[in-house]
Design a binder for this molecule. Structure first.
Ligand code: GAL
Length: 850
């Protein structure tokens, strides 16, 4: 490949490619050591995950456009089996499940698609994406060399492939799909499946290949992926990864843009400088395809979240936030990284990199061809000290944990630790509610309610000796399973003696539990993602005669990860015991005759639709009571901004809007008080526990209500509250972009789009601060802060440092107010020099209005 002729040929190919439109698909997709080859052209590709069912079809075009604007070439998605085949043999591809429409929209926007069929997905999705009916097939063992499993896996995979083929969606047919995936991260768990793991993976590879899509398949985290399947890397960093054959390109299927959150835990976030660093390092060391997992995380509507305990929000700290707004500066900084990488594409596709050491933790990588192409990356992988390096006779400053990109091997167009992009503050703005005095704006009218009976109320209840595992019993038709027992006491039993308090001991596999004794709540307990089990000792008051013990056991999303995760149980598997409080006598109730009810009466009656005739409305609204269904109607908040429900005041439950579930809510579950930081140091290896927020706060109090689910008025909101809450405290909020900020130092590289082919102009380019309003018809209306000197703080809390030019505010005001965007050179030529010999920055906070 290094021969001059071959290089020249590739260069000509590149020039031809540059002239074609990106939306021009077609042609088989192959690969070689240096990348995917699409219609004969080798490509450097940037991809991002958007799971179609985690948003709405109305949101898709905007999300896809924002992905394209962010510099993506590819949209990646899993296909979730349990969503499309909820009942064996019955398929559903409607609405949010309209996979074909989603793929077509991506294609129409000029983007490629990577379809990860799995069909195991993980993805913090209920049961990892497997339908529950699969579990009940006799003799089945998931994800191994097992005939019943393989037959079902083959059938679903073939179903999806055929659907795509029928619509001509593979690139080999002129469509956007350039890549597929079979299985998912099996290599992380395969040792638990012994010898059968090998034969299973060979079978999966052969099965996938036989489906003849005309595009390659990948297996992620599968170092033994058989030919022609490409093994790819998932993680926070994949620069050190190498595929298992020199004929395969270096691909990264999941660069985690943040991390998921679980009820009761703090919310992780990943600094923009660190993810930019990981991306640049990957392309520096020969990477050719990188996907952000997630680019837009979205929402786990309904009961789709996995776990257990995964929150309804799947925001993921992704470049596009849960509500579809740009998360800045992450989105913009990565966009700049992608532009910088694309400026190097011709060199990257043409040759292998050569890396040399420039000192401890300092590396230079050069892509250089005989035809004169040259691109370079300079990295400082040390996490503490900045450095100045000499490269090709020039000296370059490298902050710690950063990569500089030099598309001509000479001029730095980007450094991953120096953000040129805007930062914005996105915020929830409370909408007026019924409590507010401006009655005309009130949108929540009165509440009506229905009490859910405690214990058994359904004709379909049944009795069994002993305690049943929950998932095998409910088949996940509901979160809820009642375990009820009637016990007769004479008053002289040891556990009732001596005036000692009787204690009920319950051991459950999880995930949450309410204990009622004689129709009174005696106690409740909950697990967490890292420890779903629940064990409790609750004092109860038994009476002489018949007593009723009712345990309401709940799942909060089924396990989605790990070897044999599908066999993880839940529910009250015991023991359940009566004890006296001094622990002297114990009566085991585990093997008694228990009565079971799957689900709630309100579920049986479909109260979530709001149409039942049973709703009552009386002057005193029940508050802080367990097991209450609530209903109200409301007008949609005006405007176009995305909408959230603020569940402050409520405990735990599920909520429906016009019959559609917006998911589980649980604002009462707060994260521990410590372990969070507002200003996480991006330097050094990231892990989800390194940078966390929301300590001491609810893990999630805002819940996304898609605008397209609402009409102007008479919308119906139904809640099922389990633990007790005050629905009058619920309010609506809209998701808005507040201030925009930028902070650029004299040592920042030029803005990446100032790059020109003219070397002289390039050399003269100076750091520039640019402001841009988020919406086309907005203008900059106010400069809230401006300082040239040594300003401190971050967007929303900027302040002047010791050194500050007097002119800064008026110059910025004059240049920017009234325009949609503005640019200002960051230099003493513009502002004068308020402190000689010190590196100065320009920091601005502005607001935009319509
Ligand atoms: C990976 C998995 C994804 C997702 C991710 C964590 O292991 O492939 O599906 O679960 O972890 O968000």
């Amino acid at each position: 490949m290094r021969g001059g002729g071959a290089v020249a040929a590739v260069f000509v190919q590149f020039l031809l490619w540059a002239l074609t439109l990106p939306s021009c698909f077609g042609g088989n997709v192959t690969y070689d050591h240096r990348g995917l080859v699409i219609a004969g052209k080798r490509r450097v590709l940037v991809s991002g995950s958007i799971h179609y069912m985690r948003s709405t079809p109305q949101m898709w075009p905007d999300l896809i456009q924002k992905s394209k604007d962010g510099g993506l070439d590819v949209i990646q998605t899993f296909v979730f089996w349990n969503l499309h085949e909820p009942v064996r043999g019955q398929y559903d591809f409607e609405g949010r499940k309209d996979l074909v429409k989603f793929v077509k929209l991506a294609g129409e926007a000029g983007l490629f698609v990577h379809l990860r069929i799995g069909p195991y997905a993980c993805a913090e999705w209920n049961y990892g994406g497997f339908p529950l009916w699969l579990h009940f097939i006799p003799g089945i063992v998931f994800r191994t060399d097992n005939e019943p499993f393989k037959a079902e896996m083959r059938q679903f995979t073939a179903k999806i492939v055929n659907m795509m083929k029928q619509e001509n969606l593979y690139a080999s047919q002129g469509g956007p799909i350039i890549l597929s995936q079979i299985e998912n991260e099996y290599g992380n768990v395969d040792s638990a499946y012994g010898e059968s793991a090998k034969t299973y993976i060979s079978w999966a590879a052969a099965m996938a290949t036989s489906l003849d899509t005309g595009v390659p398949w990948v297996m992620c985290q599968q170092s033994d992926a058989p030919n022609p399947i490409i093994n790819t890397c998932n993680g926070f960093y994949c620069d050190q990864f190498t595929p298992n054959s020199n004929n395969k390109p270096k691909m990264w299927t999941e660069n985690w843009s943040g991390w998921f959150s679980s009820f009761g835990d703090p919310v992780p976030y990943r600094p923009a400088e660190d993810i930019a660093f990981s991306t640049a390092r990957f392309y520096q060391l020969g990477g050719m395809f990188l996907n952000y997992y997630m680019y837009h995380g979205g929402t786990n509507f309904g009961r789709t979240s996995g776990g257990p305990f995964i929150t309804t929000s799947y925001d993921y700290d992704a470049p596009i936030d849960e509500y579809g707004l740009l998360r800045q500066p992450k989105w913009g900084h990565l966009k700049d990284v992608h532009k910088a990488i694309k400026l190097c594409e011709a060199a990257l596709v043409a040759t292998d990199p050569e890396t040399t050491s420039l000192g401890s933790d300092l590396e230079a990588t050069v892509y250089k061809t005989e035809s004169g192409l040259c691109a370079a990356f300079l990295a400082n992988v040390g996490s503490e000290s900045e450095a100045t390096v000499n490269f090709n006779g020039n000296s370059y400053h490298l902050p710690a944990w950063s990569v500089s990109i030099l598309p001509d091997c000479n001029t730095v167009v980007l450094n991953t630790a120096k953000i040129n992009s805007l930062a914005t503050i996105s915020e929830f703005v409370r909408q007026p509610s019924i409590d507010d005095t401006t009655a005309t704006d009130a949108f929540l009218s009165g509440w009506s309610w229905i009490h859910e009976p405690i214990g058994i109320s359904s004709d379909s209840a049944f009795t069994k000796l002993g305690l049943l595992e929950q998932i095998n019993t409910t088949a996940d038709q509901s979160d809820y399973l009642w375990y009820s027992l009637s016990i007769e006491t004479k008053g002289d039993e040891p556990f009732m003696h001596d005036g000692s308090q009787t204690v009920l001991h319950v051991d459950s596999l999880g995930h949450a539990l309410y204990v009622f004794c004689n129709d009174e709540l005696a106690g409740s307990a909950k697990g967490r993602n890292s420890e779903p089990k629940v064990s409790m000792d609750v004092p109860i008051s038994l009476i002489h005669g018949r007593n009723k013990i009712d345990l309401l056991s709940l799942t909060v999303g089924l396990q989605n990860y790990g070897a044999y995760f599908d066999k993880t149980g839940a529910g009250v598997t015991g023991p359940v015991q009566l004890k006296d409080s001094r622990n002297r006598s114990t009566v085991d109730l585990s093997s008694q005759q228990w009565t079971y009810q799957i689900g709630l009466r309100g579920e049986e009656l479909s109260l979530s639709s709001g149409t039942s005739s049973l709703w009552v409305s009386q002057p005193t609204l029940p508050k802080d009571q367990q097991l209450v269904w609530y209903k109200t109607t409301f007008d949609a908040p005006t405007g176009n901004s995305p909408i959230a429900l603020d569940f402050t005041g409520m405990g735990k439950g599920q909520a429906w809007i016009n019959g559609q579930s917006i998911g589980r809510y649980w604002p009462k579950y707060t994260a521990p008080d410590s372990g969070c930081t507002d200003s996480c140091d991006y330097r050094g290896s990231f892990s989800p526990s390194k940078c966390m927020k929301n300590c001491g706060q609810p893990t999630q109090k805002f819940y996304h209500v898609p605008r397209s689910w609402l009409q102007a008025s008479e919308n119906v909101l139904v809640l099922f509250e389990e633990m007790g809450g005050d629905p009058e405290q619920i309010s609506f909020a809209t998701r808005e972009t507040g201030s925009i900020c930028s902070q650029i130092s004299e040592t920042h590289p030029m803005a990446v789009d100032m790059w020109t082919t003219d070397e002289e102009t390039r050399k003269r380019a100076r750091p520039t601060l640019s402001l841009n309003c988020p919406f086309p018809n907005q203008v900059i209306s106010e400069i809230k802060f401006a300082s040239f000197g040594t300003p401190q703080g971050t967007c929303g809390s900027l302040s002047h440092g010791r050194c500050n030019s007097e002119k800064a505010l008026s110059i910025v005001q004059k240049t920017c107010i009234g325009s949609r965007s503005c640019r200002i050179g960051v230099s003493v030529d513009t502002f004068g020099d308020p402190c000689r010999g010190i590196i100065k920055s320009l920091a601005v906070e502005a607001s935009c209005s319509f």
